[in-house]
Design a protein. Structure first.
Length: 387
């Protein structure tokens, strides 16, 4: 029977009512619980091994409360810590959403989502590193993906906390995290912020490919990372490829800091958004006569077609301007895709009206159009259908 099963239904420290187990790790069980004082749902992490002595227990609580001072939207908040029947426990924010490792069991996630996760976690790491706190155990199981779209990094600094104050088996802990250890961790060297950057790089790479970069036993995985960097597929976008390559450098001094990772991800997204907005604004302000004028040299337009083209042009211009405003409200990684879709659809509509071959505009929008762009794209169709 696990520690969590033993205390299920019990009131921990006269405050936390323990419910079902929601996760099991290498050194602890995590349970859903109710804080009877503040009347909220929380997660309680129960460590399986006990603190060696009273001084160790006191140090555990003091350091845990220090970690509880970390406050960032992409960090799981640590509320409280204590020791019950010699076993330390942690009380944390309960995140409504699965861990990344469970998501990746169904395959890789899209590159746009990987960029979102990278930006959020790198920002959280930069914040903590600025306060002198290193995570030491960045892995998919510690990335909780809330249904609100936010990725949160759990157990920040807990690896050191556990190692310093609680009896645990090094082998048992390494088995669960060996695939994401940095080369310096494998060599037993001092660990600092570059370790977190390396591990985050492996996590992002796995999210892109759906496969662990260094599979196999703990020994096989460790030997592999000491001799070579992870393989990054050629199909990965060049800017992201270069960033992952730098993050997973074997030399810690050559890795970018978390704040640089965050900036590079943000710069790439902003550049995509800037290009998308510029392309869409060009479409919205381009004189319509330049689009349909060449058609006269190809074929004589039917009677009344010029008026139809002019009216379509005016409607398309209005729709495009509307779309520009809507695109500005979307996340940067979506703007490029949607701008390209809008430009392509507008081009098809304009050419179809200009050639005036008697064909009708399609009456149905594609099924995967985002709701926010349904109206402006529908206006493009009505520009043709309504004459």
């Amino acid at each position: 029977m696990s520690v969590a099963d033993e205390v299920k239904g019990h009131l921990l420290s006269d405050r936390y009512l323990i419910h079902d187990v929601v996760g099991r790790g290498g050194v602890a069980d995590v349970c859903r619980a109710t804080d009877q004082v503040l009347h909220r749902e929380v997660a309680v992490k129960l460590l399986r091994d006990s603190a060696d002595d009273e001084s160790a227990r006191s140090r555990f609580v003091a350091e845990a409360r220090l970690l509880a001072g970390l406050s960032h939207p992409n960090l799981v908040t640590l509320y409280d810590a204590g020791v019950a029947t010699a076993r330390p426990y942690l009380v944390m924010e309960l995140v409504d959403g699965p861990p990344l490792d469970r998501i990746l069991s169904g395959g890789p996630v899209g590159e746009s989502r990987v960029r979102e996760i990278a930006a959020q976690l790198a920002d959280a790491l930069a914040y903590a590193h600025g306060l002198g706190v290193v995570h030491r155990d960045v892995k998919p199981a510690n990335v909780l993906c809330g249904h609100d779209g936010r990725a949160r990094l759990a157990d920040f600094g807990i690896a050191r906390l556990v190692g310093d104050t609680v009896r645990h088996t090094l082998t048992g802990q390494t088995i669960g995290t060996a695939a994401y250890l940095s080369p310096e961790q494998v060599r037993g060297e001092d660990v600092d912020s570059p370790t977190d950057v390396y591990s985050l790089g492996l996590v992002l790479l796995e999210a892109l490919t759906g496969e662990c970069a260094f599979p196999g036993s703990a020994t096989e995985s460790a030997v592999a990372r000491l001799s070579r960097p992870p393989e990054i597929p050629d199909h990965v976008d060049s800017s992201l490829h270069a960033l992952l390559d730098a993050m997973t450098s074997l030399d810690p001094t050559r890795r970018p800091g978390a704040i640089e990772v965050s900036a590079r991800i943000g710069a790439t997204s902003n550049e995509v958004a800037r290009r998308a907005e510029a392309q869409t604004e060009v479409l919205a302000t381009r004189p319509m006569t330049s689009v349909h004028a060449p058609a006269a040299s190809l074929a004589e337009p039917r009677s009344g077609s010029t008026g139809l083209v002019d009216r379509a042009g005016e409607a398309i211009e209005r729709a495009a301007r509307n779309a520009v405003d809507r695109l500005r409200g979307l996340p940067g990684h979506q703007q490029g895709v949607l701008a390209a879709l809008l430009a392509l659809l507008a081009f098809i509509v304009i050419v179809g009206v200009a050639s005036n071959q008697g064909s009708e505009a399609p009456s149905d929008l594609p099924s995967d159009i985002p709701p926010r762009l349904e109206q402006p794209l529908a206006e493009l169709h009505r520009a043709v259908e309504g004459g």
